[in-house]
Design a protein around this ligand. Structure first.
Ligand code: MSP
Length: 497
């Protein structure tokens, strides 16, 4: 098995401030990247910005600034948000960077030289909001805004030539498009003839883009530019060993609304360029607010910064990861956030830590007691902890993040129950050794559960591990008898409603 792990988020349009939908995908990628780093994978995590195209040009025009300046002013908002959210990305690409322009032009030239690009007259409906030509049928659905009729000469990519090859590829590679219902959706889409893809815009209409290397009167279509970011950062064309090390990516994480571009346009572009396809494209659902998609025009957007200011970064990360079943939509409500926080974090998790550390402080001068010989009760717990670790690894590999978190919380609840049953607070008065064994077992279980949760809540878990005076590992025995535990602030104070 290859020891590298390369994961990407979509690159976000800079036409607007980042919202919780953007934050979600980036946190998800961060959690997966951290899990893989912990498992010893050489990991590369990419996010960035999609700065070209009509949407961005329009947003800049509305603000009366030139598009590059608009991008330069918007970019820090994303960078700062990712810092606030403790995003551990290894690179941050902006499509206006020279390194990217160079790769896009090389890519275009390659596809052109292969004979896969031709010029033709085009007449059709164009949706500015989606940045693509749409069919009459699509226009009738009412889902597209800002529709114009256009007649112009453009360059086309022979996408249709790759239709059969793509269908065969998808059928043969079961995990290429995930979850399964998205794979079926794309196969359904490919049952109809695939048309060629218009990949240029005349500069007279739109000049905010990368110039075609074979015709200076045109810029390339924003998606033909944006998708290539995923290979740009691997140093495609300039450093072959780096390219081979990272490409193909393990995961492109995307929202379901950009599935066709990733699962049809991108693979056929790569086929034409003679490059391997990404191992997996994973489409998640939407965060809804009052059952409808958050969007600027509806005015129901949740600002992640407000939320983290009020409740802290880690609880927000926890909620987003715990609440969404990957692949399905989820509803964001403050009410469910507070319930989830209070029950899982304040009650189950926070209480266990408080109980253990209070008892150790009070009865053992803050020194972790000796584990002694484990009795059957403790052996069962130790085995459960070991089993939990391998179960979580499997769930993460299979993108079942919410289930993995729930399993960890169930384990924590079980340890709380064990504490209730054993009542070390009573036992300590008669038998300090036995009570010590129980506290050690509970503390070590908490430490393992916390270590498993650290990719989700990196900051608070490291405070917890510091309080226990231990490091992060998932092997039994990391808690050291005889070491001194430290004082700590309550990790997850209850939110009063
Ligand atoms: N620039 C393109 C992507 C190019 S990738 C080569 C783009 N940008 S975007 O900023 O509009 O959206 C980026 C991602 O945010 C999409 O995956 C989209 O699904 C996601 N989300 C936008 N709103 C969302 C929610 N309400 N919930 C979850 N994700 C959502 O598309």
């Amino acid at each position: 098995m290859s020891n590298t792990f390369y994961i990407t988020t979509p690159i976000y349009y800079v036409n607007d401030k980042p919202h919780i939908g953007h934050a979600y995908t980036t946190i998800l990628a961060d959690v997966l990247a951290r899990f893989h780093r912990n498992l010893g994978f050489d990991t590369f995590f990419l996010t960035g910005l999609d700065e070209h195209g009509q949407k961005v040009q329009q947003a800049a025009a509305e603000r009366n600034v030139d598009p590059q300046r608009h991008c330069d002013e918007m970019a820090p908002q994303f960078v700062e948000l990712w810092e606030e959210l403790h995003i551990s990305n290894d690179d941050f690409i902006r499509t206006t960077e020279p390194r990217h322009k160079q790769v896009v032009q090389e890519f275009l030239q390659q596809v052109f030289d292969k004979g896969d690009i031709y010029k033709d007259e085009y007449k059709g409906l164009y949706s500015v909001s989606e940045e693509r030509f749409i069919t009459e049928k699509e226009a009738e659905t009412g889902q597209f805004h800002d529709i114009r009729e256009l007649l112009e000469k453009n360059y086309f990519f022979k996408m249709s030539d790759y239709q059969d090859q793509l269908i065969k590829y998808i059928e043969k590679h079961d995990t290429f498009i995930q979850p399964k219902h998205r794979k079926n959706e794309i196969l359904g889409f490919l049952r109809q003839p695939l048309s060629d893809l218009c990949i240029s815009r005349p500069k007279s209409r739109l000049n905010w883009g990368i110039e075609l290397p074979f015709d200076e009167d045109y810029v390339t279509y924003v998606w033909f530019d944006a998708l290539i970011n995923y290979v740009t950062v691997t140093k495609y064309g300039t450093d072959d060993s780096s390219f081979k090390k990272w490409w193909p990516a393990n995961y492109h994480l995307i929202g379901k609304d950009i599935l066709t571009t990733h699962a049809v346009y991108w693979p056929t572009m790569l086929m034409s360029a003679g490059l391997p396809l990404p191992k997996s494209i994973f489409a998640h659902g939407w965060w809804l607010s009052d059952e409808s998609k958050m969007s600027k025009s509806v005015g129901n957007v949740i600002n992640p910064l407000d939320l983290i200011k009020e409740y802290g970064v880690d609880p927000v990360r926890y909620y987003l990861m715990r609440e969404m079943v990957l692949g399905q939509d989820a509803n964001f409500t403050l009410d469910s956030f507070i319930k989830r926080y209070n029950s899982d974090l304040a009650n189950d998790f926070g209480n266990l830590l408080n109980r253990i550390s209070t008892l150790i402080h009070k009865n053992y001068d803050g020194i972790v007691p000796h584990s002694r010989e484990l009795t059957l009760d403790e052996k069962i717990i130790k085995d459960a902890a070991i089993e939990l670790v391998s179960e979580i690894d499997g769930k993460i590999m299979n993108m079942k993040i919410n289930e993995a978190i729930e399993d960890i919380m169930q384990f924590i609840r079980r340890i709380n129950k064990y504490m209730e049953e054993q009542a070390p607070w009573k036992l300590v008065k008669e038998n300090k050794d036995e009570a010590g064994r129980i506290l050690y077992t509970a503390g070590e279980s908490l430490r393992i559960g916390a270590s498993l949760l650290s990719p989700v809540m990196p900051n608070r878990i490291s405070i917890l591990l510091e309080a226990l005076n231990t490091g992060r590992s998932t092997e039994w025995g990391g808690l050291k008898s005889g070491s001194k535990i430290r004082d700590h602030q309550p990790l997850f104070p209850r939110i009063q409603v």
